[in-house]
Design a protein around this ligand. Structure first.
Ligand code: 3PY
Length: 259
């Protein structure tokens, strides 16, 4: 994951991945070798439960892509479970203040000389295998290797984005354009055509870059993902399982009715 983000920084193409909202080991095994840098297991939306998260993260980590988990909230136990099953990065929705960002970082770090405020419990379960490390090496290196990504997806978060971006230990800001538009009083799906959302997005990109952080943007197609990368975003998904299934099956069904 980190290498793909550095590649983006060198201007050699974005860090790209897919987004899973359906549960299923087989789904993760099928999607993970399709050429992604990472695959995100979304436990905020969709019906991926704790056990399914463990199965999917395991399947992704054996494929060569980096497993990421979007957790449902910002409680430390959620970070701990996602990290213990082998996530290379955690995405936390709806981070709105510097204080929240600092608390998120604490939850992702083992206590150490560098991170005395870390609160992550000392277990690691399947995480060492997901990094091809011994348990000891994982414990020694996880604070550096695991990436922490917060979502900027509300008006309040954008107002505080420079402070959030400056928090030590936050590696990436990720814009959720649907929630951002929604928080501004618009219909979420209209986000691409709303100037206020686009202005906010530009501010987040600038704040992240000024702070030396990676910046990502949600995208539901290759075209949108490429456009976002051209604007300067390092990290983009290109769709989600539910979008792929409904779009392809819906289109074929509609076509069949005309044949
Ligand atoms: C958003 O668009 O709000 C997201 O969080 C992506 O799922």
């Amino acid at each position: 994951l980190r290498e793909s983000l550095e590649r983006s920084r060198r201007g050699e193409g974005p860090s790209i991945g897919q987004w899973l909202e359906f549960p299923g080991y087989s789904l993760a095994r099928t999607v993970a070798p399709l050429g992604e840098d990472w695959v995100l297991v979304d436990t905020e939306h969709g019906n991926i439960d704790d056990n399914e998260m463990y199965l999917q993260v395991g399947a992704i980590s054996t494929s060569g892509a980096s497993p990421m988990v979007r957790i449902p909230g910002s409680e430390h136990w959620m970070m701990k479970r996602a990290l213990d099953c082998g996530a290379h990065a955690i995405m936390v929705p709806m981070c709105e203040t510097k204080e929240q960002a600092e608390a998120i970082v604490r939850g992702c770090k083992y206590p150490s000389a560098r991170w005395p405020q870390g609160t992550r419990g000392a277990g690691a379960m399947y995480a060492p295998a997901a990094f091809n490390q011994t348990g000891r090496d994982y414990l020694l290196n996880a604070n550096d290797n695991v990436m922490v990504c917060v979502q900027i997806e509300s008006r309040k978060a954008v107002e505080n984005v420079e402070e959030i971006a400056a928090v030590d230990g936050i590696d990436m800001l990720f814009i959720g354009p649907n929630d951002l538009a929604s928080s501004m009083g618009y219909v979420a799906f209209d986000h691409a055509s709303i100037p206020e959302v686009q202005d906010a997005s530009a501010r987040v990109l600038q704040a992240g870059r000024a702070a030396g952080k990676y910046v990502g943007h949600f995208a539901l197609s290759a075209e949108i993902a490429a456009q976002k990368h051209k604007q300067g975003f390092d990290f983009v998904n290109c769709g989600a399982d539910i979008v792929a299934v409904t779009a392809w099956m819906g289109a074929e069904m509609a076509k069949l009715k005309t044949l």
